[in-house]
Design a protein around this ligand. Structure first.
Ligand code: NAI
Length: 345
């Protein structure tokens, strides 16, 4: 029986993980707490830790897990910016779920965009109060507008296709453009200058942190709508707030926020929010915030559990080999073909 300490458990995680766990002789210890320096010891006597986006798997945590005999860190997410893969190298193998439903995230990005530009969130609140006035609800057509997509991987490509289906003109920037695609690649500067809507679909790295900053916002069209369903750190939230106050940014649709780790995924109603920037953003009439919800569909939850369990099973029954291992050695992380030993180390 493989024992897994499952951090940051939410009620919606349990059914699918229990189902696939039972089929594969894997026992989950469901913990509500997030993984950090203070909670790493709770994984003692387990073989694996299973973590999500706001667990903090830094070098100290990794050393602690290693000392406690943990052999595998199984991310149940695609993004892995919260895991120090470099510190794990040579100690604990790291696996992730590269794709579970890119449609869930792309569709959520479009849902946010349509909600914002057609003021659906305002109309919903009004009609619940029997207020049938249309004043202040004027939106704009997406048809014919230019959308700038940053990152054309699995999610960005689907989002581009949805936009094209609505008759939008899709421009894209990617550090590694796709070959033989029908994507219209332009420079990052052109994305900033020419887009009516900018949607972020690239990973958070040292290079992309605060990609949307004051400098970028200064180049944007007046009234631009920013959509971020990727990672909060891609946007300098203070600069975003200033851009909104300066009336450059017409609207912001945020599923992620740089300082979300201690805020999102929990019921904070009835508490004073100690984050001035987030409070101010939420108070703006042209900002919509969802709480890192873009992945949350039945299809995605099922695929996340199935792939995570398969990753764990593969590691323990296949000599430590797992196709979804994040490889640090060569620096290619996800893209590495692991030709040397079929595993990172
Ligand atoms: P992917 O790996 O398929 O695509 C990422 C794309 O970004 C690639 O084409 C890559 O070349 C590009 N890229 C890398 N560095 C770049 C740079 N410096 N500038 C521009 N582009 C760059 O990833 P996928 O599945 O499309 O996911 C995208 C992001 O969405 C993830 O990194 C994750 O942070 C986020 N995500 C958010 C979820 C949510 O619930 N809000 C759920 C799942 C993913």
């Amino acid at each position: 029986m493989i024992k897994v300490a499952f951090y940051d458990t939410k009620a919606y995680d349990i059914p699918s993980f229990e189902y696939y766990g039972k089929l594969n002789d894997i026992q989950f210890k469901f913990l509500e707490t997030k993984l950090n320096e203070n909670t790493a010891a709770l994984a003692k006597e387990c073989d694996v830790v299973c973590v999500f986006v706001n667990d903090n798997v830094n070098s100290d945590v990794i050393q602690n897990l290693y000392d406690n005999g943990i052999k595998l860190i199984a991310l149940r997410s695609a993004g892995y910016n919260n895991v120090d893969v470099r510190a794990a190298f040579g100690k604990i193998h790291v696996v992730h779920v590269p794709a579970y439903s890119p449609y869930s995230v792309a569709e959520h990005a479009m849902a946010l965009l349509l909600t914002s530009v057609r003021r659906i969130h305002k109309a919903y609140n009004r009609t619940r109060d029997f207020n049938f006035s249309l004043n202040g609800l004027t939106g704009f057509d997406l048809h014919g507008k230019t959308v700038g997509i940053i990152g054309t991987g699995k999610i960005g490509t689907i989002f581009a296709n949805i936009c094209k289906g609505l008759g939008m003109n899709a421009l894209a920037y990617d550090k590694f453009p796709a070959n033989n695609s029908n994507i219209n690649y332009v420079s990052l500067d052109n994305i900033f200058k020419d887009s009516d809507i900018i949607s972020l679909h690239c990973p958070l790295t040292d290079e992309t942190r605060h990609l949307i900053n004051k400098n970028a916002i200064d180049k944007m069209k007046k009234g631009v709508v920013i959509v971020n369903t990727s990672r909060g750190g891609l946007i300098d939230a203070e600069a975003l707030l200033q851009g909104i106050k300066d009336r450059i940014i017409g609207a912001a649709c945020l599923d992620v926020y740089e300082e979300e780790a201690d805020i999102f995924f929990e019921d904070r109603s009835g508490h004073i929010l100690n984050d001035e920037i987030l409070s101010r953003l939420i108070s703006m009439p042209n900002v919509i915030v969802t709480s890192h919800q873009a992945f949350l569909t039945e299809e995605a939850l099922n695929n996340i559990a199935e792939t995570t369990v398969n990753n764990i099973k593969s590691y323990f029954t296949n000599n430590g080999i797992c196709d979804n291992e994040l490889c640090y050695r060569c620096g290619k992380i996800e893209q590495c073909k692991k030709e040397r030993k079929k595993k990172c180390f």
